[in-house]
Design a protein around this ligand. Structure first.
Ligand SMILES: C[S@@+](CC[C@H](N)C(=O)[O-])C[C@H]1O[C@@H](n2cnc3c(N)ncnc32)[C@H](O)[C@@H]1O
Length: 837
């Protein structure tokens, strides 16, 4: 009974940790817990709500009490007889036949490897979402559980089905009570593809009867698997070194820039083919820095509706005979998919179209407009108050680009040929992705409804909050496009808020789509930045791919902020038992000390550097795009390098005057201003013995909000940074009222460029939009070095060269050690840099 309670106790702990789809129960030395009667009652109640399944043998069913008792009595009688007869060896054989393992004590127990907990699933992700999970699907776990014998009620059949088959939505599964296609590992909440021999291996401890079943079914499945593996991700014929990336909620492109950089260092060309973002200026920034990318300034919801319609148009105009189902569609990479159609003209084209195309010089008459060609397509509806539907951008005959207009598809019913030309050309150029076109989807769906700064969070049903809806849209896009890999990023709030429901939802959706998945929390500072910034990253990989590992830290970091207790196992970091050789933590001076001094009123968007780089970081961050991607820098004479976006948010007169009075020393802030008194408990108040000081505007030198911020305990208002410090997280705002953002030695806040450097953006990366909007783009971004490390892991996974499964170590002195620029004679680099400066 003692260990039974311990087992329940463990279960409770695991329930709190909250795996959504499965619970792995640890088999190990159980300590004796102290459990009250009430706790025991609750635990037993929970125990009854769990559905346990030994791999191939028995189903637990606490509700059928009668059967339970009969079974228990029969089993106890059997066991007692066996023990009394001294036929221990015989008993073991007998028990093995029934799939039971004795625990070596009088307390008989079952070792269970699999547990599918539907009740818990409902609680964790909501009833509706839980219903979408297949009832028959369970997961293989390497960890084991001890369960009392009397929970057995009957025999069930559990079979292994290769995940390549389930990923492609196998129509018919072998007849069974349950099936499993994936393994589950507690570390990083990992769901992974099982090796092809999993059926045989996992049935080791199962009944011999079921072994046979497994052996037969696994074998037959394996022959199926071959063909379906090819269709699930038909990449065998594709150069492994060329991958297409779709960046959703791309912002200015921090995440995709870093991913491509890292992949490139691993030898994989990860090309951002498409990027989607609602913000026009973020799109401009991305377009400028990635001219090769099809940047779409639209809502992700509209993008999803659009690609669904685009598929229909392609089916209609391009490949009428082909099915676009990912299962059978070949991946095409920019080639003309159907040459005879692409080159040919359609008979029976609309009469007026034939006429118009035969007389190109004819200008439209009064009130008559002719469509010259279609130049764009979009879906309207999710945000506009317009009628939902497809619209095409029309270039009018005799008119230029500035006169292009968007027209609903219904208005173009007489322009079938133009439509066909546009679709054929659009498909050839892959202006939009179709299922099977995308190798990798990355992106961070905004979840403002989960933000800790948000006072009006929907704590009971976060997924019903429209501000969290993009998480659903993101997963719907994944479901439609079925990429080979997924990398989702988000704030840690998705794990903190509402028991981590949003994080669990994301994991749940991937697993439900039969993707392998793994969730980790990475700290930006651990990859060489003077910033802490912890974020959640979720990898997904289709079953035929290797699930990329998380890259372990390369740098020490100054810890700022705390980790959600329930998710500690998901933090990508070394524990105390490891003593890796990490590079020392970077501080602000390492990143910023070479930048020219600028005033609060600086208006220039471009300027010269004036100084050569001083530190390794500064030398690296100034490199050109090709060098950062690992290529040999071109020998042509360098032009003088221009420094972009090195201007601060201009403080208003009052704030500027306050800032000028903050001493230029470590730790200075509003508390150093006249008239502030610090109490013994470190809170502040206005010093009643000092006459309050006022600015020429009549406003107080020390604003009331500074005194009352965080109950007078904060040191943040008008806080000055110091060269040997780090920042907790670069955010999208630059006001100094509630964050420490004043430059160490200049009377201004950090510039856009300084923030960009703290985020690891290379200096060549130019931003667009107002000053405020540029800060937002930088603060929103995934820190480039984190994405770079993840991109490197992805590149290795694609090439099946990963040194680790769950995590991997990056090469010594990453990334410089892999960059051709650093393999030059050191003097040469120095010369390059001098030329630039
Ligand atoms: C956290 S930022 C993404 C940053 C980006 N991953 C990077 O590394 O630079 C989130 C972005 O989502 C965009 N966004 C918000 N709602 C959107 C929607 N419904 N559709 C498309 N983009 C949206 C915002 O404009 C913002 O740029």
């Amino acid at each position: 009974m003692q260990s039974f309670l311990a087992s329940l106790c463990l279960k409770q702990r695991l329930l709190k940790d909250g795996h959504i789809v499965t619970q792995s129960i640890i088999h190990g030395k159980l300590t004796t817990p102290r459990i009250t009667k009430e706790t025991q009652r609750i635990l037993e109640k929970r125990q009854k709500s769990l559905l346990h399944a030994q791999l191939t043998t028995y189903k637990h069913k606490w509700t059928t009490r009668l059967i339970t008792w009969v079974t228990v009595l029969q089993l106890i009688r059997t066991v007692v007889q066996i023990i009394w007869a001294g036929l221990l060896s015989f008993s073991k054989v007998l028990m093995k036949v029934f799939g039971l393992l004795l625990n070596g004590s009088s307390d008989q127990r079952i070792r269970s490897r699999l547990l599918c907990n539907n009740n818990f699933l409902s609680k964790a992700i909501g009833k509706e979402e839980a219903k979408k999970h297949e009832k028959k699907r369970i997961f293989y776990s390497e960890v084991k559980d001890n369960n009392p014998l009397d929970c057995l009620t009957g025999k069930i059949k559990v079979v292994y089905v290769p995940s390549a088959r389930t990923f492609n939505g196998a129509k018919s599964l072998p007849s069974c009570d349950y099936y499993y296609d994936m393994g589950y590992n507690y570390a990083y909440s990992t769901f992974y593809d099982l090796p092809a021999d999993a059926g045989a291996a996992s049935s080791d401890e199962a009944s011999t009867v079921c072994n046979e079943v497994n052996a037969i079914q696994t074998a037959s499945d394996q022959s199926d698997q071959k063909s379906e593996t090819e269709t699930c991700s038909d990449n065998s014929s594709i150069s492994k070194s060329d991958l297409s990336l779709l960046d959703l909620y791309s912002g200015c492109g921090g995440m995709s820039t870093g991913l491509s950089m890292g992949a490139s260092l691993s030898g994989v060309n990860l090309l951002t083919r498409w990027a989607i973002d609602l913000n026009e200026n973020a799109c401009k920034s991305l377009r400028f820095n990635h001219p090769e990318t099809e940047v779409r300034n639209e809502a992700a919801d509209d993008f999803l509706a659009l690609i669904k319609e685009w598929r229909k148009l392609c089916q209609k105009y391009v490949e009428p005979d082909d099915c676009f189902d990912i299962n059978i569609r070949k991946r095409t990479r920019g080639g003309v998919p159907n040459a005879h159609l692409a080159n040919g003209r359609i008979k029976n084209a609309a009469k007026n179209e034939e006429e118009s195309s035969s007389d190109d010089s004819k200008k439209p008459g009064k009130g008559v407009f002719e469509v010259e060609k279609l130049v764009g397509v979009r879906w309207v509806g999710s945000l506009e108050k317009k009628k939902k539907g497809l619209e095409f951008k029309v270039r009018w005959k005799g008119y230029g680009e500035v006169d292009d207009t968007w027209e609903p598809i219904d208005n173009l019913s007489d322009c079938q040929e133009r439509l066909r030309d546009f679709v054929i050309e659009g498909k050839r150029k892959q202006i939009l992705p179709l299922p099977g076109d995308v190798d990798v989807i990355c992106g961070g769906p905004p979840c403002q409804g989960a933000s800790g700064f948000n006072r009006y969070r929907n704590a009971t049903a976060p997924l019903d909050d429209p501000r969290n809806h993009q998480m659903v849209v993101y997963m719907d896009i994944v479901n439609f496009l079925k990429p080979r890999f997924i990398l989702m990023e988000n704030v840690v709030d998705i794990l903190k808020f509402c028991g981590g429901l949003l994080g669990r939802y994301a994991l749940s959706r991937l697993v439900n789509m039969h993707y392998q998945a793994k969730l980790g929390m990475l700290v930006a500072g651990c990859y060489g930045l003077p910033q802490f910034r912890m974020r959640v990253f979720l990898w997904g990989a289709c079953p035929t791919e290797k699930l990329p590992p998380f890259p372990m830290p390369t740098h020490d970091v100054v810890v700022r902020g705390n980790i959600p207790a329930d998710w500690e196992r998901n933090v990508v970091a070394y524990d105390e038992t490891h003593h890796p050789e990490l590079q020392k933590a970077l501080v602000l001076g390492d990143a910023l000390s070479d930048l020219p001094a600028v005033e609060n009123s600086e208006r220039r968007d471009e300027m010269e550097y004036l100084k050569a780089p001083i530190t390794d970081f500064q030398q690296y961050i100034r490199l050109a795009k090709e060098a950062l991607n690992g290529a040999v820098p071109s020998k042509r004479k360098k032009q003088k390098q221009i420094l972009f976006d090195h201007r601060p948010l201009e403080l208003n007169v009052d704030d500027y005057q306050r800032t000028c009075r903050i001493p230029k020393k470590k730790g200075a802030n509003f508390r150093n201003l006249e008239g502030v008194r610090v109490r013994l408990d470190k809170t502040v108040e206005l010093d009643q013995d000092v006459k309050r000081v006022y600015l020429p505007s009549g406003k107080p030198l020390v604003p009331d909000y500074a005194i009352s911020f965080v109950g007078g305990r904060s040191t943040k208002p008008f806080g000055r940074l110091w060269w040997d410090e780090t920042v907790p997280t670069v955010v999208g705002r630059a006001e100094p009222h509630n964050q420490i953002i004043l430059h160490p030695e200049q009377d201004r806040v950090l510039t856009i460029r300084e923030n960009a450097r703290l985020q690891g953006f290379p200096d060549y990366y130019k931003l667009f939009g107002s000053v405020k909007q540029r800060y937002v783009q930088v603060g929103n971004a995934v820190a480039v070095p984190v994405a770079r490390a993840l991109g490197y892991a992805l590149g290795l996974a694609v090439q099946q060269q990963c040194p680790g499964d769950l995590v991997m170590e990056l090469p010594h002195n990453f990334p410089q050690s892999l960059m051709a620029a650093y393999k030059q004679v050191p003097n040469e680099i120095a010369v390059d840099v001098e030329e630039q400066s």
